[in-house]
Design a binder for this molecule. Structure first.
Ligand SMILES: O=C(O)C[C@@H](Cc1ccccc1)[C@H](O)SCc1ccccc1
Ligand SMILES: [Zn+2]
Length: 171
């Protein structure tokens, strides 16, 4: 498992680098990210959250645990279309533990990415998958869900995380 960085952390604000080639190091990173995501537990995780500044995200938004899990690895993902319709979801973030706030995003998105199989993929996402893939692509661009909130609410959450990190450092 990898350690998940907690906000505020400069690495969570950086724009990540595109992946040049799919090699064993990348395959190991993807496996580690999926294991870390399931352990958290979460439905998504982006590479900068584990301190790797590369454009890789993993997700599995299959909520019904009886259903077949659908682990996805998206490399160099790009949004190619967004719906005019929006939906609002109370988002959280593994890098901002225990903090939740409503974020409004396009209800549906189409995303193109490079798969671990080396092939280009393009797929539409809606529901939780849409919210999640947009949340994760934001991470690759150094954007957090609290950046969509007003300055006071964002500052309150940041102060709480700074306190949490001080306490963790003392523990
Ligand atoms: O920090 C992350 O990127 C993992 C996020 C992904 C996510 C955020 C908001 C909405 C959808 C996905 C979550 O912490 S994963 C935890 C979770 C679990 C079930 C439903 C929503 C979020
Ligand atoms: Zn997040």
């Amino acid at each position: 498992l990898r350690h998940i960085l907690i906000h505020p952390d400069p690495r969570l604000k950086k724009v990540c680098d595109p992946v040049a080639q799919i090699d064993d190091e990348l395959r190991i990173l993807a496996d580690d990210m999926l294991a870390t995501m399931y352990d958290a537990p979460g439905v998504g995780l982006a590479a900068p959250q584990v301190g790797v500044m590369r454009r890789v995200l993993v997700m599995d938004c299959v909520k019904d645990l009886k259903a077949q899990p659908r682990p996805m690895v998206l490399i160099n993902p790009e949004v190619t279309w967004t719906s005019a319709e929006t939906n609002t979801y109370e988002e959280g973030c593994l890098s901002i533990p225990e903090q939740y706030a409503d974020v409004t995003r396009p209800a549906e998105v189409r995303v193109r990415w490079l798969g671990l199989d080396g092939k280009l993929h393009e797929e539409g996402f809606d529901g939780l998958w849409s919210t999640c893939v947009q949340h994760e692509i934001d991470h690759l661009n150094g954007k957090l869900f609290i950046d969509y909130l007003g300055p006071l609410k964002r500052q309150m959450i940041t102060r709480k995380m700074e306190k949490l990190k001080r306490e963790m450092a003392r523990a």
